[in-house]
Design a protein around this ligand. Structure first.
Ligand code: NAP
Length: 288
């Protein structure tokens, strides 16, 4: 079993894995693993469950005990028993006895109070089906309420150079103070941040002889101490991403990354309670 302390900083994302060409995708996942990547995030919603089914071949090849597997609950929880039913589906499809972390993906859609859902997840920990408790896409108030009821270990949220809302609303600080590991999805905004050729990224890229995406990943891990969760099934880009960890930038340059703001993303109104606005998991997709 991989303990929380032994997770490699860059996780393996699975959104948009090409299920039609899975025989080409699996060797890339195995390559990621060979480079140290051992955190795998799965979601039944991706390609109607096909991603989870196909990724089983990867898990079997590298050995379940060598991976930290996080799975997501779909927002369709109507009865509390749906939590275990959904978990059982992952266990059955992947032929696992337990998952490492279980998290509710989109709490805004939950018909059941979040604390009730989390007390049920805690029960699943006590019976050994889940090792750690995760949460995704909540705000500070919701996180605080859940963490006071059960002890949260992981928070999966959007964080990248342009989308710093979780820092602004105090979630990063809360996670740091309560030993909750923040895992950031869309750290590269699916390549769109680099495609904007921001002068800061171009300057640091030239100075350190690294790609813009390496500058971003380096800053997220070395400066912010967050785990970037990146999807790549391209060997060159996997290698590029891994090599983002083996250099340091100056304090002044990390500060420049810290200070960077995007007026565009800062002005988006987020829907935290179903009262209107943009769903947080779509924030990074609002602009090219
Ligand atoms: N909890 C949530 O609400 C939530 C929301 C979104 C995502 N996620 C999870 O987080 C993971 C990461 O997010 P994401 O996949 O949306 O975005 P991302 O990791 O920022 O970007 C992935 C995209 O960028 C490309 N890429 C990867 N490394 C690159 C590099 N060095 N240079 C240029 N392009 C690169 C990948 O293509 P190639 O494969 O061709 O390299 C892929 O198309 C997802 O896969 C998913 O598991 C969770």
């Amino acid at each position: 079993m991989v303990q929380k302390e032994n997770i490699f900083p860059i996780g393996i994302g699975t959104w948009n894995i090409d299920c039609e060409n899975i025989e080409k995708e699996i060797p890339s996942l195995v390559y990621s693993f060979s480079q140290g990547q051992n955190y795998l995030s799965l979601y039944m919603l991706y390609n109607h469950g096909e991603v989870v089914k196909k990724v089983k071949n990867f898990i079997d090849e590298v050995g379940r005990e060598n991976l930290f597997i996080t799975v997501n609950l779909e927002p369709t929880i109507v009865n509390i028993s749906d939590v275990e039913t959904q978990l059982n589906e992952y266990l059955q499809v992947l032929d696992l006895r337990y998952v490492d972390s279980l998290q509710l993906h989109s709490p805004v859609f939950s018909k059941i109070p979040l604390v009730e859902v989390y007390l049920e997840i805690q029960r699943l920990v006590s019976v050994g089906k889940v090792k750690y408790i995760g949460i995704s896409n909540v705000n500070l108030e919701q996180l605080t309420e859940i963490h006071e009821a059960v002890s949260v270990d992981f928070f999966e949220g959007v964080y990248n150079l342009e989308c710093k809302i979780y820092e602004d609303i105090g979630v990063l600080e809360y996670c740091k103070c309560h030993n909750i590991q923040f895992v950031c999805y869309q750290p590269l905004r699916r390549g769109r941040t680099a495609n904007r050729y921001y002068s800061l990224l171009l300057e640091l890229s030239k100075k350190y002889q690294k790609t813009q995406n390496q500058i971003i990943l380096n800053w997220i891990w070395k400066e912010k101490h967050l785990f970037p969760l990146v999807k790549s099934t391209n060997i060159d880009r996997i290698s590029e991403n891994i090599h983002s960890l083996n250099f340091d930038m100056s304090r002044e340059d990390y500060e420049k990354m810290n200070q960077f703001r995007s007026n565009e993303f800062d002005s988006v109104v987020i829907d935290w309670n179903g009262a209107g606005g943009v769903s947080i998991d779509q924030l990074a997709n609002q602009f090219e």
